[in-house]
Ligand binder design. Sequence first.
Ligand SMILES: Cc1cc2nc3c(=O)[nH]c(=O)nc-3n(C[C@H](O)[C@H](O)[C@H](O)COP(=O)(O)O)c2cc1C
Length: 130
Amino acid sequence: MSANSVTSVSLDPPLILVCPSKSSDTWPLIRAAGRFCISVMASQHEHLIRRFAQRNIDRFAGVECIERPSGIGLPDACAWIDCAMRDEHDAGDHTIVVADVLAIQAAEEAEPLVFFRGQYGRFVAPDRDS
Ligand SMILES: Cc1cc2nc3c(=O)[nH]c(=O)nc-3n(C[C@H](O)[C@H](O)[C@H](O)COP(=O)(O)O)c2cc1C
C-alpha cells in the first residue's frame, strides 16, 4: 500500500512508525506477517504510488519486485527499510504502528518523489553556494 505517514522515531534502538487506516485491507495481512518492507519511492515512481493506492486490483501484477529480508521491495527505490512490528497505538481512524528497523539500504543516485498538496514533484536540493 502507498503510505506517506512513515516517520523516523528512534535511533537507539532504530525505530520507525507508519499509520495505516483502520479501513485498510492490507494492514491486517501485514500485521499477521509481523514483518514488512518499506520502499522509499523515487521521482520516477508516481505511477506506482497511484497504483499501490488503488483498491480491488492486483497491485503487483506486472510490477517487478525484489526480495528483501522482510518481504517484497520495489526496484530503483531511494531506500528500503526492513521492519518488524513492535507496538500499535490507537489514533482516531488510523493506527500508529511502531516497528523495529531490521535493515536499511539506500541507493546512491535516486531522487525522492515528493507529495505535496495532492501533487507529485521532485526534491530540489538547496544551492549551497548562494
Ligand atoms: C501519497 C499517498 C499517501 C498515502 N498515505 C497513506 C497512509 O499513510 N496511511 C494509509 O492508511 N493510507 C495512505 N494512503 C492511502 C492508501 O494507499 C489507500 O487507501 C489504499 O487503497 C489502501 O489500500 P488497502 O485498503 O489495501 O490498505 C496514501 C495514498 C497516497 C496516494
